[in-house]
Design a protein around this ligand. Structure first.
Ligand code: IDC
Length: 475
């Protein structure tokens, strides 16, 4: 696609300039930081002389003489170059009518700030800013006066998508541009519409990514380098931090909180959605530790309540308890705590029987518009009978988040069972169900992403399960 597009642009240049004048390249080395480099690299299919318009399939338009307008066609994302050299993202409806200007600025410390300037093709507008870090400053707003470029266009059908994820995954870090329309800076606060997660534009949105293994054991694999591979080469937009409560986890050793917080910050910096998972497991009844959970979620949400990145998962897998008498009362209390600090974030509640009893909430739902119910499956153990149950729950209006699934049996080992796993992946896609896969570890068990002894995500290090999950994330 990209190639085709480049060929078309080059041809057009020849036609319009009548000579072989070389296209000027943007100097990426001048960009603000590595993330911005990725961000601006996405625009390299945009020549210095022409803009892209998607109105009639695809057409190319010459820029205005003052060089003020840059358009780039990737899910209708448009950019405007400001006089200070930064880029402003412009959303427009028809005929370049600007109704929203959205800027992404990266400070020297790598913190990304967003600024939305509402405008309807006039020069000024209300300015509101969201920052990903409370101590980061928002940038000044830019002027939004728009001049419509003259329209000498040529149609085509190529789409210069920024998100194709080719590139070798054997190099350290990632060299492939991130598909930013997949990430927090584009999608903002997620919310529920019926059983669907939608982004801040009301568009259906699916999160796909990995879960860590227990942070107390495999936290060392949650590196920025690995996250960039997942984000840029696999197209992942979410990562789940499994903070065990028992087995040497938070309740036994509070210092794990520092690991969690460091990981959250790194994921926010990298524009990812983050699931903060209170990973109860052997400690089967969440209400045994309600006070500790309240204290924990109060701490996390007071620190991160204003960032759209965070999704709270308040109890991984309750079992041998009652929804009505144990899980629901626990959830009500913890959610009330989170809501004081974060009125809008998504919250996932684990269901009984290791998060399989998704019918329980039908008659006793949590009274909150942004709560999803966890469904977990391991394809060697859980098959069509659990999908049928999930279908029933969806039909009853219960929003589902598959915050954990694996290609193995339920013990994390055995198999792998890829045919059944594929049925689940297809089912999740069809129903726009977001998911995280178990797990980013190199443990000698079949659900692990990496082969034993490896720590970097690349094709050589992937297990059979890892290869499957990579394809599933790429979609
Ligand atoms: C498993 C790990 C395994 C570990 C065990 C106990 O894969 O290495 O020894 O936990 O801590 C879950 C749980 C998840 C399990 C996973 C596989 O949420 O913690 O991880 N699983 O058994 N629910 C269903 C399966």
């Amino acid at each position: 696609m990209k190639k085709k597009f480049l060929v078309l642009v080059t041809l057009l240049l020849f036609v319009l300039t009548g000579c072989s004048k070389k296209e000027k390249e943007h100097d990426y080395s001048q960009d603000i930081d590595p993330y911005s480099t990725i961000f601006f690299q996405d625009m390299k299919y945009e020549s210095e002389d022409y803009v892209v318009d998607e109105k009639d399939n695809l057409s190319y338009e010459k820029k205005t003489s003052d060089d003020s307008k840059i358009k780039y066609d990737d899910n209708k994302e448009y950019y405007k170059k400001r006089s200070d050299g930064t880029y402003t993202k412009v959303s427009n409806e028809e005929d370049f009518e600007i109704y929203e200007i959205y800027t992404i600025t990266t400070t020297s410390s790598g913190v990304i700030t967003y600024e939305t300037v509402n405008s309807s093709s006039s020069s000024s507008g209300n300015s509101s800013s969201i920052s990903q870090n409370s101590n980061s400053s928002s940038s000044s707003s830019g002027s939004s006066s728009s001049s419509t470029p003259s329209s000498s266009s040529q149609s085509g059908n190529s789409n210069p998508s920024a998100g194709s994820s080719s590139g070798s995954s054997s190099s350290p870090g990632s060299t492939t541009p991130a598909k930013k329309s997949n990430l927090v800076s584009y999608n903002g606060w997620l919310k529920l519409s019926g059983t669907n997660i939608v982004n801040n534009k009301g568009e259906k949105f699916q999160l796909r990514g990995m879960s860590s293994h227990g942070l107390q054991w495999y936290g060392n694999l949650v590196t920025e380098q690995n996250i960039k591979v997942l984000r840029d080469e696999w197209g992942s937009n979410v990562f789940r931090l499994a903070m065990y409560t028992s087995e040497g986890g938070y309740l036994d050793n509070r210092s794990i909180y520092n690991v969690l917080e460091k990981d959250i910050d790194m994921l926010i910096k990298n524009d990812m959605y983050v699931i903060v998972d209170w990973h109860i497991l052997n400690d089967n009844n969440p209400s045994s530790h309600t006070n500790e959970a309240i204290e924990f979620f109060n701490k996390v949400s007071s620190k991160y309540g204003n960032t759209p990145n965070i999704i709270y998962e308040i109890c991984n897998e309750p079992h041998w308890v009652s929804w009505d008498n144990d899980i629901k009362p626990y959830a009500d209390k913890v959610i009330a705590t989170i809501r004081k600090n974060s009125p809008n974030s998504l919250i996932i509640v684990g269901t009984n029987t290791w998060s399989q009893d998704v019918l329980d909430p039908i008659n006793n739902r949590i009274n909150d518009k942004n709560v999803l119910y966890a469904l977990h499956f391991y394809s060697g153990t859980h098959t069509s009978w659990l999908r049928d149950r999930a279908d029933q729950a969806l039909a009853a209006g219960i929003p589902i988040f598959v915050s954990e699934w694996g290609t193995s049996s339920a013990d994390g080992n055995g198999g792998v069972f890829l045919d059944e796993a594929q049925k689940w992946v297809d089912w999740m896609k069809k129903n726009n169900i977001s998911w995280a896969s178990w797990s980013l570890s190199d443990k000698n068990e079949s659900s692990a992403l990496l082969k034993p002894g490896s720590s970097i995500i690349n094709d050589n290090n992937l297990t059979t399960s890892g290869n499957f999950v990579k394809k599933a994330i790429k979609g």
